[in-house]
Structures are given as structure tokens and as C-alpha cells.
Design a protein around this ligand. Sequence first.
Ligand code: TYD
Length: 228
Amino acid sequence: MPSHSHRGRFITFEGLDGCGKSTQLERLAAALRKHGCHVVETREPGGTATGDKIRKLLLDTGTSDLSSLAELALMFASRAQHIKEVVQPALAEGRVVLCDRFTDSTEAYQGGGRKLGSEPVLALHHILCSDLQPDLTILMDSDVAHSVERARRRNSRTAGSSRGKPDENRFEQESRAFFGRVRQAYLAIAVREPDRVAVVDARGTPAETHARILEVVRRRLKLAARTA
Ligand code: TYD
């Protein structure tokens, strides 16, 4: 299969649930637009009509007894569709694609968290995604306890508050040990691929984290030459 080549820039955001990824992605998008970049914001699982259906199934706490391999396959089904329908066309047009989670999430959550290991994840990425690699991955590193607590608070505010019960997604119900494995798997990817993955400390204020991310993007991709 041919490897992907493109004119645009593909930047992915990774990290534990509740580390503040979505906020930082939005802030970077705004900063890049200010500098005249054509930015596409998207996310996984989801990002397409078909992918959003898969996302619902994957995150729904009512989806019981899903096997780890079925979960892995669904993540990649959503991703294959997303690449074909959104990511690849945007990159071909020279846009900057900011994606909330990509294959590193699968390696961290299904490979590490679910203990499937990296090998099946990388094999499927090769077969189903033609090894498409981000130009830059921002790995937002944070404490396990802090991130998961934040994700739970966020969800209880948005969805479950009227019933007085947090509405966690299927992953946020997982144990501290699960998220510890996810974090370790993420850090191992960063060690393996230092040219692609930049680890950014996400424990400060949103403004501090934003400044760190802008600096990384400026230095590594020569985008957003002046910090806004
Ligand atoms: P989401 O609500 O988007 O979480 P967050 O805002 O924290 O990113 O839910 C996505 C969930 O799906 C999250 O818990 C991580 C999980 N996930 C995987 O387990 N594997 C994957 O490949 C992807 C893309 C996400």
C-alpha cells in the first residue's frame, strides 16, 4: 500500500481523559487561524457520521461485555472512515488538521489499558490506515488521579447532573490501575518516537499549557511563528 504524502499538517492531541485536551485543541486552532492557517478540528472515535455511530456504541455504558478485540476493531473502523472522509482530503488541500486522539490512543488504551499490547495496534494501523503518521503529536501529560477526577466532574456537570449521578463514559468507569497503564503506554510511545511526539506538562493552568503547546508547534512545525 502506498504511504501517505500530503501538503498539509497533521497534528494530534493525546492524553488521559480529563487532561484538558479538547480545550487546548480549540485554543491552538484559534491561534493558528489568527496566523492565517486553514484549520480543521476533528476527533476520534467519530469525526464522521458513521464514526459518530461507532463512537456512541463505544462510549455507551450500556454496551456491556464488549470484548477487548471488538473494541480495538471498532476504534479502527471509525479511524479508517475518518481518514478517508476527513483527514486525507483536508491534508491533500493543504489544511492543518487538529485531531483529538488518534492511533496512539488505541495503543495506550487498548494496547496498554486492556493489555492487548502494541503489536496488534501497529499491525492494524499498517493495514487499515496505511501507516498514516501525524507530523506532530502533543502528548498532554497529567496525573492519573487528577485527570480522571476532572473527567468525572465534567461529565456529571454536562449529562448526569439532573439525576444527581455522574454520567461516565465506558472508559471513565475503569480503575486507577487501568489509567496507570494507559499513561505508561503513552510515555513509552514518546520515548520510542521522540521526533513525532512532544510531551507537554498539562498540570499547570490552561494558559500555561497553551503557551507550552504554541512553543512546541512553533519550534517543530514552524507554524504560528509569533506566540499570540
Ligand atoms: P472522549 O469523551 O472523547 O474522551 P476525552 O474527552 O477524554 O478524549 O472519549 C473518548 C474515549 O475513548 C476516551 O476514554 C479514550 C477512548 N479511546 C480509546 O480507548 N481508544 C481509542 O483509540 C480512542 C480514539 C479513544
